[in-house]
Ligand binder design. Structure first.
Ligand code: PGA
Length: 249
């Protein structure tokens, strides 16, 4: 039996300020239990220093929400993987559906970002997911496998010992509509089988997170599924009580 690390990641998106963050982080620190679930928070870039200072020694990890696909140079407004390494980020979300839709990030960009993060030893949290129209057209598996395969082809399956994959159906993000545990598990199983087909040893150990309106009251049944190894949490990551309830589920 392979041990898969359990992970609950909070994606703060473009929310927070110094005071609110300090409150939230202090509560998370005080509420963190030593169990086998790793807690990760992903604030906006400008608050990473604050998060690093407040969380020091707590065992809670932190990461960014995006990274440049370029290494350095004339890319106004961008942040490189090496810069994230400088402030000791250990994770970075990439390919979130909001990045793919609003900022037109394609599979190739996401694959490049993955490589840049791996080069500086930061764990990419690679998001994949289908829109409602794609689900209704019966294309869910095709869409998520295409998104995943683009990265496998670019960095190689061996690198997936250092990658986390998050399945986030676009129609479930911030809408209050969650995939049922069975719906989510079906997609996770497809992702797992694909990874195993590329390399059984690696494929069996990649943490597969579910994201999309996860709350304290639905987390337990989702996390009970064999191929759901944790969650990527948006809205509920902004309140300590809600986030801790999910972590403890
Ligand atoms: P949500 O967001 O939990 O608010 O649905 C999840 C995400 O976008 O990662």
């Amino acid at each position: 039996m392979n041990i898969i690390n359990r992970l609950v990641v909070g994606n703060w998106k473009m929310n927070g300020d110094l005071n609110t963050n300090l409150n939230l982080l202090t509560q998370l620190k005080n509420g963190a239990k030593t169990n086998n679930t790793k807690m990760v928070v992903c604030p906006p870039f400008v608050y990473l220093e604050q998060v690093k200072a407040v969380l020091g020694g707590s065992g809670i990890a932190y990461g960014a929400q995006n990274v440049s696909e370029n290494e350095n140079g004339a890319f106004t407004g961008e942040i490189s993987a090496k810069m994230l390494g400088d402030i000791n980020c250990t994770y970075c979300i990439i390919g979130h559906s909001e990045r793919r839709t609003i900022y037109k990030e394609c599979d190739f960009m996401v694959a490049n970002k993955t490589a840049k993060l791996l080069a500086v030893n930061i764990t990419p949290i690679l998001c994949v997911g289908e829109t409602l129209a794609e689900r209704d057209a019966g294309k869910t598996n095709e869409v998520v496998l295409k998104q995943l395969k683009a990265v496998v082809d670019f960095v190689g399956i061996a690198k997936f010992t250092k990658i986390v994959v998050a399945y986030e159906p676009v129609w479930a993000i911030g809408t209050g509509k969650t995939a049922t545990p069975e719906m989510a598990e079906a997609v996770h199983k497809t992702l797992r089988e694909f990874l195993i087909s590329q390399n059984p040893e690696v494929g069996n150990t990649v943490p597969l997170l579910y994201g999309g309106s996860v709350k304290g009251d639905n987390a337990k049944s989702l996390f009970a599924m064999p191929n759901i190894n944790g969650g990527l949490i948006g809205g509920a990551a902004l309140k300590a009580e809600d986030f801790l309830a999910i972590v403890n589920a």
